[in-house]
Design a protein. Structure first.
Lengths: 496, 988
């Protein structure tokens, strides 16, 4: 029996030998990666988490085909572009024959909610980090601005929204419902006001941080929100604050705004920063596909040729307006850097390209797009200010602002674009509306302007988009998958 | 002569690594080794007929020393001394023991067994007599596997076992297969666990099927619960060949050569048909005279070819001194039926066992393999399917045709084949185990087994600079290299108590195991490490197991087992899972009251219940992992960025399967007819799934949740008729497995799971309570709108034009919307069946295998691939709408949009019935072979996939989709090949 006992002791010892280290043995995490528990501990983490929010805006869904489909192509500024059969479902947005399964709508919804989720995470966790207090509040402010920007786009596209302002937990994934759009407005306003309180002016940033969200960017976005709400007085205050700060001015040459020279220039209030670094991949780490998807298709081969400036846009300019040439690339035109003449591509009817998305030769392939994504220009603010003043019957104050924009466009050619002098409120309104269109054409503002002016139906019908159904198409459909996944708790927009 | 043999075969040997070469030298030594023991000769005869029994095993009792009888029933064996006892065994006869008592020459007569075959079956952590088994275990022996020439063991198993559904991954060279044992019981990986000589693995692509001695498939919980967390989807135990316990070295040579061709071609529109449809699409006469274009190019002819395959296997096994050895080397080389694809595998195997002491045996089973898949980049298959037949591969100047003239972003597949063929995946792998078995105190055995799988995966891809069109070009030379290092070890320690009393056989097992897996991968392009180019991952598991097998009076059987598993994949609170099972069996035919009852020569009833688990999901489902490299791009430089983008679920826990099984086994007509029938219910709950969550959550991926409950209820029928006569033998077998898959519950208040997006982004499957997993879901086509009036008066989406589909307004609200979608069929077959037959006489043998499924639907998802499909399938041409009254089944020509929604138009019947193999062989007569000292030589010819009855329009209704939500969806895969080959087996 003692022998038996000896054998068992040996066996048990072997078992214990392995079992003894059980605790460590079963605790695993991927080598070289941080887990959430280890993150948000240092100042570096706070910076990284904030940068990660910015990074999201360079994603394909956020700036390429889905984004352009839901902005310029939806409006009367542009058609689908490219060849007839390339991405045919974009035509359903162009022609308002889309339904809730359209594959170019879901990505903008998804993409912006991902940006919001990254911002939420940073806003929740950065305040608990032991770090420089000024930097900490600035970073939170940047994230709040970005969150507000995403909600501002989403609420214009979709109306009422699931309002997610914290990181959702597993039991909350399926239970959200759409909140009234006024609640979304309130959230945007609160976020932007907090951002205004903590964000520096553009000169308040070190050179290495050039391009981060500024106080003026927050004010500009807040002005846009007030314009949507027709809160003219508050919109005027925000715009005039920016104008009176004298930090910004119009560039001498309109076209420079969209060239590398205009990036973060005196007219730039907010841009999503992008850079083309040498890379072995198709797209480098700081690039965006914005330039590629709109690039000249054919010869020279610069991209896919989507977002084609429409006939309607071509005819929207006053005679001789140089902004048309600066906005549209035509066949036969020599590219702005003088490099090549654009050849006729027989696959494409009425070939035109968005010149504002054109970039000169850069490191890497087409995918490695270097152009900053222009979000907010000073000219936009001037026109918003003019509009807000006119709506408050202050035509006399509005006119100089409007004419500043026209004067710059005119350049040295005094035969074109004369100053506007009309003071009748409704006539001036028309002039401001037209000026906004041509000044900001192909910069993805037009659709939102039409919506807040209540003119989407009228303009779409006039543009021959017979598919437009008033009362339906002012909003995009909530992606069907969202309705399906929540078993209908997320309610579809009317008539979809 | 044997030494010569190896000298003359350096062809294969030189490709092995040093170790193997050394071993080959060692074999030469073995072959010439002389033996000095006492020699006994004799004959084994049939008791009634007095004729020779061929192939009976003769074993020196208490040792592993033995031999088999030759064609005249003769044997010769060297024994320790002349007091030894010989044990003689032959299938179908009662085992006999003869004490030598000094004789050196003796005749032994064997009596036919009354059908009670004492077959030994491999089970988890041990072996059992088949008659003592309480679980449902299916066995396939080497002989049945050898008939199907394939690189993958999985493919060779198709149709062989009831309850085991095997669908080949694709016709790609070296492809494996998707296996489902007793239905689909999970929402994630439903593949079984493989146990190769004790090593637990998920991937057996290294394994050379000709090294396999037997495959046991454990189906019910009584047999799988000992594998605990990995048993839920069934377990496949693979035992590789050991050396015969023969003192003489036995050499084998197996070789075959064959040719493969595509089993079925897709009917696609030809050039003139394409041109006609293109004109209709454009609404103009782009092609003024379509008929003049004729047939054009069938792109299938451009990318497919007849391709050879070859196999050479050399082996030697036997006993040298006390060392039992079996060594083999194999070269398998298969060209693909698609140009520029191939698979080549070298394997070398060393199986050794040595009794260091009488009570201590040590051994190893080890396989080295080096395999390489040559592949092509780009989308050759997709290009073939979409490329207009009006183009030739090259234009008149010899350049590759640029198809973007059409405004399509298709690539010319011939150009992809030309420019992107320099790419391959190579795997270097050493898999095996070393073990020691120590028997002490007579009834105890302690076994320690260290198993390992060490592999290096290497991917290489080179693309030169080239330009075919603006969408098919490469501006910069690229060399991509991925290197992955994967290590997996398993250490198992078990203690067994085994004792037989008069009334009781008892086997008690206790054990402990630990396993660790690590994965490290680096991706480089032009030797530069890529962003997120390093991937590291690991998991570990710790387990304790125990089992009792008891047999009373040879007829009352009882099994109980338990396993506790700790998995690193779960949080501390959910880490441990406990998996018990109990089973009972009753050998009714052993009862005294059955003695006078001649009908059954075997009758067993059994019942089992048990719980198994599954954690086969990603390695860190409960950990939020920070995503790096989300850069800020301020001031035209990169600033580091990172955050949590993929949400995790800290509460995720085991997926659990509870299985109940009732079985009956019987033998009739003196063992000629044997049958096994099982009824089972597999109930799986807390099913793990990375189910889609709403986009507003903002997670980049879907966290794993314990999502659902699923039930699989079915039957396994196996009936075999086998008659062995002296002059001929034949057999006929049927396996039938009806099964019903049903979702019982979805957790978290969810009422439906949408999955499987088609080309336009629609979900194609919807999983709901009461229907099978991944049931197809979409619109019902009522017909085609013939004119505008019909559209105006019918429910519609709004953008329909005449010639478009009229979908059914199922909810009757007068308009079409997503609410009008409905159940369109199940991807899971309700019946799987196999038929096999064999015949042997006068040295000839014939074997035929059929395999079929019924009751499932498939979705032709490739027809709605991204963008559009420039070419159309011929069925669209034949039946499409061209004006009022022309068609009510196929719509007008469009590219994408309304008619491409997920609808029953895309759903087809998935049933098929296939002649899987037919093989004819001839074994050369013994008299010819004797003076060449050849024991056995067989020539054969075999054909695989020669005939299939299917209604599905695609290549084959079997698809390699791992996801259970996409099971029946055809996204265009490498098509199946039919194969004809000729081979030779020689043993000497």
């Amino acid at each position: 029996m003692s022998k038996l006992f000896k054998y068992f002791s040996v066996a048990i010892l072997v078992l214990l030998a392995v079992t003894g280290c059980q605790k460590d043995f079963l605790d695993r995490k991927p080598e070289g990666r941080l887990t959430f528990e280890e993150f948000f501990q240092t100042e570096a983490h706070a910076l990284e988490a904030t940068n990660a929010v910015y990074a999201q805006y360079r994603e394909f869904d956020m700036c390429a085909l889905p984004y352009l489909s839901c902005t310029d192509i939806l409006s009367d500024d542009a058609d689908k572009g490219s060849t007839l059969n390339d991405a045919p479902l974009i035509s359903d947005l162009d022609n308002f024959t889309l339904d809730a399964t359209n594959p170019y709508v879901a990505p903008v919804y998804r993409g912006h909610y991902r940006a919001i989720a990254r911002a939420n995470l940073a806003i929740e966790n950065i305040p608990n980090i032991d770090m420089d207090a000024t930097l900490r509040s600035r970073l939170v402010g940047e994230c709040k601005l970005l969150r507000a920007y995403s909600y501002l786009l989403l609420v214009q596209w979709f109306g009422d929204l699931p309002l997610i302002t914290k990181t959702l937990q597993g039991d909350e994934y399926y239970s959200q419902t759409r909140q009234d759009k006024n609640l979304v407005y309130d959230q945007i306003e609160a976020d932007l006001k907090e951002a205004i309180g903590v964000l520096p002016d553009k000169n308040g940033y070190a050179q290495a941080d050039k391009g981060r969200a500024t106080k003026a960017a927050a004010q500009g976005l807040l002005a846009k929100l007030y314009m949507i709400k027709k809160d003219w007085a508050n919109a005027e205050i925000q715009c005039m604050d920016i104008i009176n700060s004298t930090q910004y001015s119009l560039l001498n040459r309109y076209a420079d705004n969209f060239l590398p020279i205009g990036e973060n220039g005196s007219e730039s209030i907010f841009e999503m920063q992008t850079v083309a670094l040498p890379t072995q991949q198709a797209a480098g780490p700081g690039s965006s596909p914005y330039n590629m998807v709109q690039g000249v298709r054919g010869i020279p081969n610069l991209g896919w040729g989507f977002n084609r400036p429409s006939d309607n846009l071509v005819s929207a300019y006053e005679n001789g307006d140089p902004r048309r040439e600066a906005t549209i690339i035509y066949v036969g035109e020599i590219l702005p850097d003088g490099s090549t003449q654009v050849q006729d591509n027989p696959e494409i009817i009425n070939e035109r390209f968005n010149q504002k998305a054109w970039v000169p030769a850069h490191s890497g392939l087409q995918d490695n797009g270097p152009g900053n994504l222009r979000i907010l220009r000073y000219a936009d603010i001037l026109l918003l200010a003019a509009e807000a003043k006119n709506e408050q019957s202050k035509a006399a104050e509005a006119l100089p602002l409007l004419n500043l924009v026209r004067k710059r466009a005119r350049g040295t050619n005094n035969f074109i674009l004369p100053d506007v002098t009309v003071t009748d409120q409704s006539l001036l309104r028309e002039r401001i509306y037209r000026e906004r269109r041509v000044e900001l054409a192909m910069e993805q503002h037009r659709w939102f302007d039409l919506l807040r002016w209540g003119r989407a139906a009228q303009v779409m019908t006039a543009a021959g988009k017979t598919g437009f159904v008033p009362g339906k198409h002012e909003l995009l459909p909530i992606p069907q998958t969202e309705v399906d996944l929540t078993s209908g708790r997320i309610v579809q927009n009317p008539m979809y | 002569m044997r030494t010569l043999f190896f000298k003359n075969k350096p062809f294969i040997m030189k490709h092995f690594y040093k170790k193997i070469c050394l071993l080959a030298g060692f074999i030469g030594l073995l072959a010439s080794a002389s033996l000095a023991q006492t020699r006994v000769t004799g004959r084994v005869l049939d008791e009634t007929a007095g004729e020779a029994v061929i192939g009976a095993t003769v074993l020196e009792k208490g040792t592993s020393n033995g031999t088999i009888t030759d064609f005249e029933g003769k044997f010769a064996l060297s024994v320790k001394d002349l007091n030894a006892t010989l044990v003689i065994n032959y299938t179908g006869y009662t085992s006999k023991e003869v004490q030598l008592n000094g004789q050196t020459n003796l005749d032994v007569t064997l009596a036919e067994d009354n059908g009670i075959l004492e077959e030994i079956v491999v089970v988890g952590y041990g072996v059992q007599r088949k008659s003592d088994l309480t679980g449902a275990v299916g066995t396939v022996k080497a002989k049945e596997l050898e008939r199907i020439p394939t690189a993958s063991l999985e493919q060779a198993l198709q149709g062989k076992l009831a309850g085991v559904y095997i669908s080949p991954s694709s016709g790609e060279p070296g492809a494996g297969a998707t296996i489902r044992i007793r239905g689909t019981g999970t929402l994630n990986n439903a593949s079984p666990l493989y146990v190769v000589d004790g090593m637990l693995l998920d991937d057996i692509s290294f394994l050379n099927p000709q090294d396999v001695a037997s495959v046991e498939v454990l189906k019910d919980a009584s047999s799988t619960a000992i594998y605990g967390n990995r048993g839920a989807n069934g377990v496949i135990i693979i035992t590789t060949k050991r050396g015969l316990t023969d003192t003489k070295a036995s050499f084998t040579l197996n070789t075959y050569y064959g040719t493969q061709q595509i089993a079925k071609k897709l009917p696609l529109a030809n050039a003139s048909q394409f041109a006609e449809m293109y004109n209709e699409l454009k609404g103009n006469n782009y092609y003024p005279d379509p008929a003049a274009l004729g047939e054009g190019t069938d792109w299938q002819d451009v990318i497919f070819r007849d391709a050879p395959m070859a196999n050479v296997q050399l082996g030697v096994g036997g006993l040298w001194k006390k060392l039992n050895y079996n060594l083999s080397g194999n070269l398998f080389d298969q060209q693909g039926i698609m140009e520029e694809t191939s698979f080549r595998r070298y394997t070398g195997r060393v199986n050794l066992e040595y009794p260091v002491l009488k009570s201590l045996r040590v051994g190893t089973n080890m396989a080295y393999s080096n395999y390489k898949f040559n592949t092509v980049g780009g989308g050759v298959l997709g290009g073939m399917y979409r490329m207009p037949p009006v183009f030739a591969a090259r234009d008149s100047t010899g350049d590759f045709t640029d198809p973007t003239f059409f405004g399509q972003s298709i690539g010319n597949p011939a150009a992809d084949l030309f420019y992107k063929n320099d790419q391959y995946a190579r795997v270097n792998r050493l898999v095996g185990s070393v073990y020691a078995n120590w028997t002490f105190l007579k009834h105890f055995t302690f076994r320690t087994n260290y198993g390992f799988d060490r592999r290096r995966d290497y991917f290489y891809g080179f693309e030169p600079v080239f330009m075919v069109s603006s969408s098919q070009l490469n501006n910069e030379e690229r060399t991509a290299r991925d290197t992955a290092k994967i290590q997996n070890w398993l250490w198992e320690n078990t203690l067994t108590f085994d004792k037989t009393w008069d009334i009781l056989r008892l086997n008690v097992l206790a054990g402990q195991t630990a396993q660790e897996y690590t994965f490290n991968k680096r991706r480089t392009i032009n030797d530069i490490l890529q962003p997120n180019g390093e991937e590291n991952s690991d998991w570990a598991m710790l387990s304790y197991l125990g089992r009792v097998n008891a047999t009373f009076y040879d007829r009352y059987l009882l099994t109980a087992s338990i396993r506790a598993d700790g998995s690193s994949r779960f949080n501390k609170n959910n880490r441990w899972g406990y998996f018990p099972s109990v089973a009972a069996g009753w050998n009714v035919s052993q009862e005294p009251f059955m003695r006078g009852f001649k009908l059954f020569d075997r009758l067993k009833l059994r019942a089992s219940w048990g719980i198994t688990g599954n954690d086969k999901i990603q390695n860190y489902p409960s950990l939020g992992i920070i995503t790096p490299e989300l850069y800020g791009a301020f001031n035209d430089t990169i600033q580091s960025g990172a955050t949590l983008t993929n949400y995790a679920n800290a509460d995720v826990r085991w997926e659990t399967t509870e299985q109940t099984d009732f079985g009956v086994e019987f033998g009739l007509f003196k063992g000629k007819l044997t049958a096994e029938i099982d009824w089972f219910r597999r109930y799986t709950y807390d099913i793990l799934g990375d189910l889609p969550i709403p986009d507003y959550v903002g997670s980049g991926s879907n966290p794993f949740v314990n999502a659902a409950q699923v039930e699989n209820v079915g039957w396994d029928f196996t009936v075999l008729w086998r008659e062995v006569k002296r002059k001929f033998s034949y057999n006929f077998g049927v396996t039938i497995s009806p099964i019903e898959n049903k979702v019982l519950k979805l957790n978290d208040g969810k009422s439906e799971i949408f999955e499987a997006r088609t080309g336009q982004g629609d979900f194609a499957t919807r999983t709901v309570v009461g229907l099978p997993i991944g049931a197809f879901y979409g619109y019902q086509v009522e017909g085609v709108f013939q004119n505008q009036e019909e559209i105006d008066s019918a429910p519609k989406f709004g953008s329909e034009k005449p010639g478009d589909f009229r979908f059914a307004d199922l909810n009757g609200d007068g308009k079409l919307s997503a609410d009008d979608r409905t159940y369109l069929g199940s991807p899971i077959p309700t019946l799987i069946y196999g038929l096999n037959a064999g015949f042997e006489a006068f040295g000839f043998d014939l074997a035929v295998d059929f395999f079929g499924v019924k009751g499932n639907k498939v979705v032709n998802a490739k027809a709605v691939s991204r963008f559009d499909t420039p070419n159309w399938e011929k069925i669209w041409y034949d039946n499409h709408w061209t004006g009022e009254g022309t068609s009510n089944s196929v719509p007008r020509v469009t590219n994408g949009g309304h008619n491409y929604r997920m609808s029953d138009f895309l759903v087809e019947d998935g049933a098929f019935f296939r002649l899987r193999t037919v093989a004819v062989g001839y074994s050369l007569p013994k008299s010819w072979l004797d003076h060449a000292r050849i024991r056995n030589a067989r020539l054969y010819a075999s054909g695989t996939n020669l005939w299939t009855k299917q209604t599905y329009s695609g290549y084959t209704p079997e698809f390699p989709n791992d996801s259970v939500f996409k099971a029946g969806m055809d996204f265009l895969n490498y098509p199946m090949a039919k194969t004809i080959l000729f081979g030779l087996n020689v043993t000497f």
